[in-house]
Write a protein that binds this ligand. Structure first.
Ligand code: AMP
Length: 106
């Protein structure tokens, strides 16, 4: 989507501090970190939120969860971390492009 902030980060129209990228997923530092480590992990394809997922997204949702765990371990969070997926207006979602918050303290 042309006017989506996270699509613009995925296609490099807007800069972010990227910590991981492949063909389907990109992960970058949250601009307003709420923990020592606060990474956002997103699918490159535009999915508005978890409310917009269906069976066609089984593979990408699986991959993104496993990749989140890999990124957490690579960032030294073997002792544990929190993930959250704000979903929709009542779920506190501000950016309408599905993203996982990965939060961890050292
Ligand atoms: P949410 O409430 O789940 O939609 O969270 C959106 C998150 O995106 C917030 O934690 C913001 O700090 C973060 N954010 C907004 N703009 C940017 C940006 N340009 N680069 C990195 N993170 C951002």
């Amino acid at each position: 989507m042309t006017d989506c902030l996270f699509c613009k980060i995925a296609n490099k129209t807007i800069n972010a501090t990227i910590v991981y990228e492949d063909n389907e997923i990109i992960a970058f530092h949250d601009i307003h970190p709420k923990a020592d480590i606060h990474i956002l992990i997103i699918p490159k394809i535009h999915i508005e939120s978890m409310l917009h997922t269906d069976n066609s997204h089984v593979e990408i949702i699986g991959k993104i969860m496993l990749k989140t765990n890999e990124i957490a371990k690579n960032m030294g969070l073997e002792a544990g971390y929190k993930i959250s997926i704000h979903t929709g207006i009542k779920g506190g979602q501000e950016v309408p492009h599905l993203h996982i918050h990965l939060l961890g303290n050292k």
